[in-house]
Design a protein around this ligand. Structure first.
Ligand code: 5RP
Length: 229
């Protein structure tokens, strides 16, 4: 008898993307995140597009994918509240606190998440951590403040690096830059998120503790685990 080969990371992303459909409220507007896992969710959502009113998207990339699949995308200003926001994460801890922004979409992700009653995080098992901080912390910054903010992270023991794309500073959908900060052990995500939010020039810090997940659909070797917080 042959042992079945373990699912690939891509297959796990597909599984959790499909599993998120069960949180969609028929007739509602759906909040949609950004990233390779969310792309699987968008593909699955296209299969039930007649059952939703529209989507609110957290990035130009997700908007383009949604529209290409025939899903109407509304501006966040047109919406007062969403029942659900579905997004991936770079890390998630045992309380549903996350680090996000690996795809540089953290600011719009936090905005759309804040409109939603429920944040459904979809992730493969590699994203689960005991303590946040292994993944470099993304921080969207106003370019003129980047060096000052980097020095503030250095005072906390972190090393901030400007994210580049094709040799040039990456420019976000909002026209700003991203610092990626290594060397932080984030033992109190709520307090650190609040503190960094106060630094002049910080647009958004990629700690999602005040805006944490309510549910995580985690793709594991044993199938999709549902974790609630
Ligand atoms: C984008 C994000 C993504 O959710 C995060 O980077 C995870 O992406 P992926 O599903 O590709 O691993 O925060 O800004």
């Amino acid at each position: 008898m042959t042992t079945p080969s373990p699912l690939t990371q891509d297959e796990l992303k597909t599984l959790v993307g499909q599993a998120a459909l069960r949180y969609i409220v028929p007739g509602d507007i759906v909040g949609v995140g950004t990233g390779s896992t969310v792309n699987k969710f968008i593909d699955a959502l296209a299969g039930i597009k007649d059952q939703i009113r529209a989507a609110v998207s957290s990035s130009v990339a997700s908007t383009q994918r949604l529209q290409a699949l025939g899903i109407t995308v509304l501006d966040a200003n047109e919406v007062e509240q969403l029942s659900v926001y579905v997004d991936g994460a770079d890390e998630i801890d045992g309380s549903g606190h996350m680090v996000k922004g690996g795809g540089a979409a953290l600011t719009r992700e936090k905005i759309v998440a804040s409109l939603a009653q429920r944040f459904v995080c979809i992730a493969d098992e590699s994203k689960r951590v005991a303590t946040l901080g292994r993944f470099p912390l993304p921080v969207e910054v106003i370019p003129m403040a980047a060096q000052h903010i980097a020095r503030r992270f250095a005072a906390l023991g972190g090393q901030a690096t400007l994210r580049l794309q094709d040799g040039q500073p990456l420019v976000t959908d909002n026209g700003q830059h991203i610092l990626d900060v290594t060397g932080l052990t984030i033992t109190d995500p709520l307090a650190l998120e609040s503190a960094i939010n106060q630094w002049p020039g910080v647009v958004t810090v990629g700690i999602f503790a005040h805006q944490k997940a309510t549910v995580c659909l985690l793709g594991t070797a044993h199938g999709v685990e549902t974790l609630t917080y």
